[in-house]
Ligand binder design. Sequence first.
Ligand code: CTP
Length: 401
Amino acid sequence: MNGKEVIVGVTGGIAAYKAAELVRLLKREDLMVRVAMTKSATRFVTPLTFEALSGERVIHRMFHREGSAIDHIRWGQESDLIIIAPATANFIGKMAHGIGDDFLSTCVLAATAKILICPSMNVKMFENRAVQENLNLLEKRGFMVMDPTRGDLACGTEGPGRLPEPAMIKERAMMLLSRQDLSGLKIMISAGPTVEPIDPVRYISNRSSGKMGYAISRAAVRRGAQVILVSGPTGLNPSSGLTFLPVKTAEEMKRTVFENRSGCDIIIKAAAVSDYRPREYAGQKIKKGAESLSLHLVKNPDILAELGSERGDSSTILVGFAAETEDLLLNAEKKLRSKDLDMIVANDVSRKDAGFETDTNLVKFIYRDGRVEEVPLMAKDRVADLVLDRARALREARLEG
Ligand code: CTP
């Protein structure tokens, strides 16, 4: 998202403190973030907080000494997105009726950027007909409104009125800032490890963190795809806006993938599936006793190979990952052929900066025609976009051919 600019407009509600976290999350996405506050917002959080988090001057007065007299026009026209969070009933009313009596409201009036409104207020205020009609009016005019969530409100009541969590607002913002080149496509992604139980307290698993698969699912949602994420146990939160199907064992993952594969345009298997599982599951905890103990393992299904062998002439693009510690290209290419894939993403998991548990990855893309594309070490979020770019191009080529 390098080079994109976002304005966070903070108005005077108790949820103003959550806007601080929102600014921090947006900054982490390499966005330029500027903050404008109404006078009442400064009673809840100081401009200094936002200045420190955004690294930019915060404007909270119409006739401020620093900057230029036309900042309110420049800001709204130079930025890509304005997020009003929290948006009070008063500010919503002003936007709906064209009132510009402070920096933020005049900035919104002059804006050419997309505008996302995140209302937050007492439930009765939110349900008030005037507020609802104002929001409807704004939506009709092309403003985007994010529904408040339900829950305990600061005023002691319960119901819709809470500002959505900053991470949810950030995800919506990222979607609005992303190209929607995957819209209309259904993509299934598998991620994380599988766990194969030995007894009620023990299992066999692997070091997959799920970060790569989750990054792909996040990027696909942002780019407009309909996404199904089939995931083994991880410590990660799935993005909002996707269908999340949690599983534990390889057998469960296989069942879930096969039940949901129909209509998928692209299937990306980033999961680290356990190749074997204990032959027997001990119903009770296995007690310590013997000096040595053997575990009899049996083979798990190879989900990707079965998808490959059963796809017939379907146009689904199948993408696998190859986790290797030696002979990377040779082994990855063998997997591409034996599982009948369109592309395999090879990564050397013996490196400290690539593969399991890291935030970066060093991958090579290998195609059916023997082409190998090497890309430099980069954040998993960027690798995710590249995987999706390649899968989309393969699909277009298949449809044309
Ligand atoms: N895979 C799968 N089902 C399995 C094993 C692997 O669907 N039982 C998929 C993975 O999700 C990945 C690809 O196959 O996309 C390759 O996985 P990897 O673990 O690298 O290779 P394996 O086929 O398991 O072979 P090996 O463990 O011998 O390297």
